[in-house]
Design a protein around this ligand. Structure first.
Ligand code: FAD
Length: 442
């Protein structure tokens, strides 16, 4: 995409949502030489933005609530940012460039940023609205789940992805008897292959978690007083429980953008400058869709923020471009790192290393030289190095023999191969690259 610059800022800039994307955008705008003079932020949650990622260690009792706070309300005032909390934007009048909140407040905007995130997706299941059925999205949910944990008893977590695992492990650590239900045949099936998922399951089961894969939900059973009593599976199995946590995925918060007539597909459609179908309105984070992509991790959102902050401040900036993201799990004592396809295709060469005694596993997917995917379980230290190689599209053929050993050994071979290719009269017998000299010459 070509570099692009905007016209002079148009105030006031109003940001809807005070979550992670909104907060990061504010910090980035304040670093710009020409920040918009008047900024208002409206968030539905009652507290200023906090680090949502840390809800998992908070639930597990590993952190105090205060450590999640990103900036205090005073900070917003000091920066000349108007902060309105506890109000939900319900209507956008694009003609009049005016917002309305559920408290009846009206606000004019020059430019508008929608950073409304997403909400937990709920399965259509009998009993899903019963008391005792919870999500895990915000501070309120974390407090509710902490209350459940403090009463002890049992919990069923629905969803064996990142969020479900973190919720299940958090509740288990707090003393609950937890059963984790996963519809797919193995845990984290969107990130891990069956071997790594098996190691993960073995570790969690060893800690006392019950894991049921291939689980098909039938209904949530009412205790007769509107409270969940059990989770029933197809086939007749019944799991009595005191509480249920639903973590099957997220649904982008596209209202009120959709009601205002913005182009919405799975989320609010944006171009590379995070501009919606209305040039005065932008969207970023989990509520937006760029090309066919929607978001659930912060890494791409941080890159969106950099583009949008520069664009809103009138700086020349290249547009946002999609690129792969890597996944980590935040369960203490479990280390895994993954990116790229989970299963090899015919085009892939698979390199794998597995030490069952040490609980160490690495599997790399190469496609004619460059790395396309990796799953690391146990020692994940080289994960970021593998990811960097994949992003760079680097031909790793010269270091193939050492690739599974990690960055230091592989880099040594790559350096040696570079030296050899720079040497006018290379001595192939001394060079580890001798197996593929023709590639290096190219
Ligand atoms: C428990 C948990 C653990 C996670 N762990 C990781 C992790 O390890 N790594 C990772 O990359 N990502 C993780 N994520 C995901 C990450 O938190 C999100 O990708 C990120 O928060 C998205 O930022 P956002 O601003 O788009 O949405 P949010 O942070 O959800 O912010 C949106 C805000 O907008 C508000 N809002 C919505 N509608 C309106 C409205 N109409 N008016 C006013 N306000 C509104 C919402 O109340 C919310 O406060 C985790 C998420 C959770 C829940």
């Amino acid at each position: 995409m070509p570099p692009h610059s905007t016209q002079a800022p148009q105030d006031p800039l109003v940001i809807v949502g005070n979550g992670m994307a909104s907060h990061r955008l504010l910090e980035a705008l304040l670093r710009q030489p020409a920040r918009p003079a008047r900024i208002t932020v409206i968030g539905e949650e009652p507290t200023p933005a906090y680090n949502r990622i840390l809800l998992s260690p908070l639930l597990a009792g590993e952190l105090e609530r205060d450590t999640l706070t990103l900036r205090s309300a005073e900070w917003y005032a000091e920066q000349g940012i108007e902060l309105i909390l506890g109000e939900r934007v319900t209507e956008i009048d694009r003609q009049a460039q005016r917002l309305t909140t559920d408290a009846g407040r009206h606000l004019a905007y020059g430019r508008l940023v929608l950073a409304t995130g997403s909400r937990p997706a709920l399965p259509s299941l009998p009993g899903i609205r019963l008391a005792g059925v919870h999500a895990f999205r915000d501070l309120n949910d974390a407090a509710t789940l902490s209350d459940c944990a403090s009463r002890g008893g049992s919990a069923v977590v629905i969803g064996g992805g990142l969020l479900g695992l973190e919720a299940a492990e958090g509740l288990r650590k707090r003393g609950m008897a937890v059963t984790l239900l996963q519809r797919a045949e193995h845990l984290m099936n969107r990130q891990l292959d069956a071997t790594a998922a098996g190691l993960l399951e073995q570790e969690l089961v060893g800690r006392g978690l019950e894991v049921i894969t291939g689980a098909r939900l039938a209904a949530l059973e009412d205790d007769g007083q509107g409270r969940v009593a059990a989770v029933c599976l197809e086939g007749g199995r019944r799991l009595p429980t005191d509480c249920v946590v639903v973590a099957i995925g997220i649904a982008p918060n596209v209202e009120p953008g959709r009601a205002a007539g913005l182009a919405v597909d799975r989320a609010i459609r944006v171009d590379g400058y995070l501009t919606t179908s209305d040039p005065a309105i932008f969207a970023l984070g989990e509520c937006c869709q760029f090309e066919q992509h929607t978001y659930g991790l912060v890494e791409p959102i941080w890159r969106q923020v950099e583009v949008l902050a520069a664009h809103l401040a009138g700086e020349a900036v290249g547009g946002y471009a999609e690129r792969p993201s890597a996944t980590r799990l935040k369960v203490s004592g479990v280390s895994l790192y993954a990116f790229g396809p989970t299963e090899p295709g015919e085009e892939h060469e698979v390199l794998a290393y597995h030490d069952p005694d040490q609980g160490d596993y690495r599997r790399l997917l190469l496609r004619e030289g460059p790395l396309e995917g990796a799953v690391l379980y146990g020692d994940t230290a080289p994960g970021p190095w593998y990811f960097a190689q994949a992003l760079a599209g680097r031909d790793l053929t010269p270091c193939r023999p050492a690739l599974l050993l990690g960055a230091a050994d592989a880099d040594a071979l790559l350096d040696a191969s570079l030296d050899a290719s720079l040497d006018a009269s290379p001595k192939p017998e001394d060079s580890p690259t001798q197996t593929r000299p023709e590639k290096e010459a190219a």
